[in-house]
Design a protein around this ligand. Structure first.
Ligand SMILES: [Zn+2]
Length: 499
């Protein structure tokens, strides 16, 4: 593959530019009705076809049979201006990033005064136009204000807002857009057929995803990856591995786990992604995109409950991506981000109704040897999230084991933790996890107690504890809020159940 795919498959007609119909169709009409403006501004992200379209426009204008959106491909001008052709003296491409000065612009002004030599028009294509200096812009402005009839300008830029407003206002502006994954994959499939590259369609979708909607990036990745394949061809697995992308089956497994409220499976998916070397940030970004795609499905849109569930998850993931950037332990942050998806939904996290305002800022030290009071139990319950967070710093596995657990009872020498998941309960009985929790309770909360674990029977739990966030939302008292929002009924005392 001597020539880069992007160059080899550069479009030579407007109808071959992909994903930019909103630009190419009106432009073709303008050409065919001979209403071409004297200056155009093509703006939009890099690699989306701005320069290619500018060249095609020049070719369409200077075809012997033109101006036509259907250039003949045979005349001297069409041949010279075809992709890979020698070019003509009448079409001048300037990269403003390297030719920025006023001298260049003055030179251009002098030369522009002459009529075209071979074609009908003299056309200047100015790339990276936002990088022109003010002096250069001013020199050009004169030409654009009173253009000679044979002169055409096409400015291309990724940052139109940085262009001189007096120039912008004299152009017809077209905004190029990022190209959808599906359209990019289709383009790549046709190229693979022509290049005889064996390929899995899912591999092309993965490349399209990684290219972020840029045609140039997609074809450049395709060229790079297809050069390194074995007899199996370009597989999704290879592309994911080479680009560090999250395999789609992991994303759908996580989605499925979220639907069935299966935290253990979700955590397995996360660990599998870490084991495969996928960056936590990449994993969350890919899952966010996956949720976005799910939200756009017609079947989803018909189900408002599902829409809410998915959009809540998307907001939560989006927030987690922001906090992940500053995290010193990205893998733990990833675990928390996924766990939060379950907590934010319907998982009961606390047992009894204990108004938060009664909670003291710290758990009392155990210097007093009298039996632990109810308030202290309430303190521990309220701060259980902090305990688990601290536990996560000591051991991620222990944190996972105790995630979703609930404090059932607290006496002077013993704390009893309820765990609903039977597999986790079994793990929690291992000494290392018990010891880790014991250490955290002592170091962070001054509690010197034996830890025992019991099975937590969910059916007994009728009333959910409101989260701190819910409390903050409203000035109403905790119990009132519970009754109003969650349909709770009031109970007088919470039970030290299960012992
Ligand atoms: Zn022609």
């Amino acid at each position: 593959m001597a020539l880069a795919l992007y160059r080899r498959y550069r479009p030579d007609r407007l109808d071959k530019v992909i994903g930019q119909d909103h630009v190419t169709i009106p432009l073709a009409r303008a050409i065919d009705s001979n209403q071409v403006h004297h200056a155009y501004l093509f703006s939009g992200p890099r690699g989306c076809g701005k320069t290619s379209t500018a060249r095609i426009l020049a070719r369409s204008l200077n075809c012997e049979k033109g101006p036509t959106s259907n250039p003949c491909d045979k005349c001297e001008s069409c041949q010279a201006l075809a992709p890979g052709g020698v070019g003509t003296v009448d079409i001048v491409e300037i990269d403003a990033a390297t030719h920025r000065g006023v001298d260049d612009a003055r030179d251009l002004r002098e030369r522009a005064a002459y009529a075209p030599i071979a074609g009908k028009y003299k056309i200047y294509i100015i790339d990276e136009a936002h990088q022109l200096t003010t002096d250069a812009n001013n020199a050009l402005l004169k030409l654009i204000e009173e253009p000679p009839p044979h002169l055409r300008f096409i400015f291309a830029t990724t940052e139109p807002e940085k262009m001189l407003p007096t120039i912008r206002s004299r152009t017809h502006q077209y905004n190029f857009r990022l190209v959808s994954k599906e359209i990019l994959a289709k383009l790549m499939l046709s190229i693979c057929e022509q290049e005889k590259i064996k390929v899995e369609p899912a591999a092309l979708l993965a490349i399209a995803h990684a290219s972020g909607g840029s045609v140039r990036d997609a074809l450049s990745l395709l060229g790079q990856l297809s050069a390194g394949v074995d007899e199996k061809g370009l597989t999704e697995e290879f592309v994911n591995w080479a680009l560090g992308l999250t395999p789609s089956n992991l994303l759908s497994d996580l989605d499925q786990a979220l639907t069935t409220q299966d935290l253990a499976t979700a955590m397995n998916v996360v660990h599998e992604s870490c084991a495969q070397g996928i960056e936590p940030h990449r994993f969350l970004s890919d899952f966010l995109e996956f949720l976005g795609a799910r939200l756009r499905e017609p079947t989803t849109l018909a189900d408002l409950k599902l829409v809410k569930k998915l959009s809540d998850a998307a907001v939560s993931i989006s927030n987690s991506i922001t906090t992940l950037r500053s995290s010193t332990n990205p893998e733990l942050a990833l675990d928390l981000a996924i766990a939060r998806l379950f907590v934010n939904q319907d998982l009961p996290t606390q047992v009894a109704v204990a108004p938060i305002e009664k909670a003291k800022p710290t758990v009392q030290k155990t210097e007093s040897k009298k039996p632990t009071s109810v308030t202290e139990l309430a303190d521990v319950k309220v701060r259980w999230g902090d305990v688990l967070q601290e536990l996560g710093r000591v051991s991620r596995v222990s944190w996972l084991v105790f995630f979703g657990s609930e404090v059932q009872a607290l006496t002077v020498n013993e704390i009893t933790i309820g765990i609903a998941d039977s597999a986790k309960l079994l793990q929690a009985k291992e000494n290392k996890h018990l010891d880790n929790l014991k250490k955290v309770l002592k170091s962070a909360f001054g509690l010197e107690v034996v830890v025992s674990v019991i099975a937590l029977v969910r059916e007994k739990v009728q009333e959910d504890q409101p989260t701190q966030q819910d409390q903050d939302l409203n000035e109403k008292s905790g119990p009132d809020l519970l009754m109003e929002k969650l349909g709770a009924t009031k109970i007088d005392e919470f039970e030290e159940g299960g012992r």
